[in-house]
Design a protein around this ligand. Structure first.
Ligand SMILES: Nc1ncnc2c1ncn2[C@@H]1O[C@H](COP(=O)(O)OP(=O)(O)O)[C@@H](O)[C@H]1O
Ligand SMILES: [Mg+2]
Length: 343
């Protein structure tokens, strides 16, 4: 099959820890055609949606390690039509550019897109979890999303807990996620001014969330494929930070899913599949769902290291089975059409 990774540029890949590179590596090992393109490289050429792609050449002998694969891979630039690929694998970092989805709309019937455009539209920011319909906070921590600073201040004042989390809707890697404390109320209005109101007069929604006790022991990242967990790890914050993201200094350890965490996956899995969210990473603290990452979930390389697994194999197996089913359906339809035509 031919697969296009819609992601960041090849030279921004971290060859040691990059989940996208692990997926690319597995595809090249299986002799699939692989190309990368960035959202900025999407182009319409003579009415055909195309992209300036970085094509990763096929290799006779593919190095087994990610670092040497990255070093030895032969890449070249080429403009290619997107509908010629079997798969587009979305691996771009948030925020999602809605225009990029409009480009992809034109090829969505021809190409299997992971995650689906519908799913990406619905779940590309933290509103997806905030609006899960869990009004009793059984699986989601108490969450407010608003631009109304008065409302937000009121919620902080009325919160039974001393600590709360404030975060932007569109961040990733822990950026902008701050811990606020009621005892330091004098800073809060200024913080809300900063988060909500931009200098050009526009404004942003922010998330104000109950601080989940136990978060200092780390959070749990679970990778789900087609609604089922395929890997999990604990991310433990560094000594001088409250956030567990590895990019914010967190470290990684093995984790076996608890009964509560398995039940959470079971509860949300069918919705993820229904929304076309085939490959996602969820962040769980104290059994509660903090975030669903659908754009470019990471963690494979860390899980592989601590468990000595190759999680990417399961993901590429799944994608291959989707592509095979699509090609078989196409063949069948062509045969049946011909039968009717020849009658
Ligand atoms: N409600 C919360 N209670 C405690 N810690 C939180 C909460 N929300 C976020 N955090 C901490 O901040 C980190 C980043 O938050 P998250 O919502 O996952 O945003 P990002 O998209 O930046 O990863 C989490 O992994 C966790 O360590
Ligand atoms: Mg997160």
């Amino acid at each position: 099959m031919n697969i296009c990774f819609l992601m960041y540029p090849w030279d921004e890949i971290d060859p040691e820890n990059d989940t996208s590179l692990a997926l690319i590596h597995e595809c090249v090992k299986r002799n699939h055609g692989v190309a990368l393109c960035t959202p900025a490289n999407l182009t319409i050429r003579n009415s055909v949606t195309s992209a300036f792609c970085t094509v990763v050449g096929r290799m006779e002998k593919v190095p087994s390690g990610l670092k040497s694969f990255y070093k030895q891979a032969k890449i070249r630039e080429e403009m290619l039509p997107l509908a010629g690929f079997d798969v587009i694998f979305m691996r771009a970092n948030p925020p999602l550019d809605p225009l990029m989805l409009n480009f992809l709309d034109s090829v969505k019937d021809d190409v299997f897109i992971v995650n689906s455009l519908q799913g990406l539209r619905e779940a590309n920011n933290k509103l997806y979890t905030a609006a899960f319909g869990d009004s009793h906070s059984n699986i989601i921590p108490v969450t407010h999303v608003s631009k109304n600073k008065k409302y937000l201040v009121q919620q902080i004042k009325e919160s039974p807990a001393e600590k709360m989390i404030l975060k932007p809707l569109n961040g990733f890697g822990g950026s902008g996620v701050i811990l606020i404390e009621k005892s330091a109320m004098s800073n809060i209005k200024s913080l809300l001014d900063f988060y909500v109101t931009n200098s050009d007069g526009t404004s942003n929604y922010v998330i104000l969330q109950e601080y989940i006790e136990g978060a200092d022991q780390g959070d749990i990242r679970v990778l789900l494929l087609n609604g089922e967990p395929i890997g999990a790890m604990r991310r433990i914050p560094g000594s001088d930070d409250h956030r567990s993201n590895v990019s914010a200094g967190g470290s990684v350890a093995k984790h076996t899913l608890t009964r509560e965490e398995k039940a959470l996956c079971k509860q949300i899995g069918p919705k993820l599949v229904k929304d076309g969210l085939f490959f996602v990473g969820i962040d769980v603290i104290g059994g509660k769902l903090v975030e669903v990452n659908v754009m470019s979930p990471g963690g494979i390389t860390y899980m592989n290291k601590v468990y000595k697994t190759k999680i990417q194999c399961q993901i590429i197996d799944f994608i291959e089975s989707k592509v095979t089913a699509k090609l078989q359906a196409f063949d069948r339809r062509s045969r049946l059409r011909k039968e009717v035509e020849d009658a």
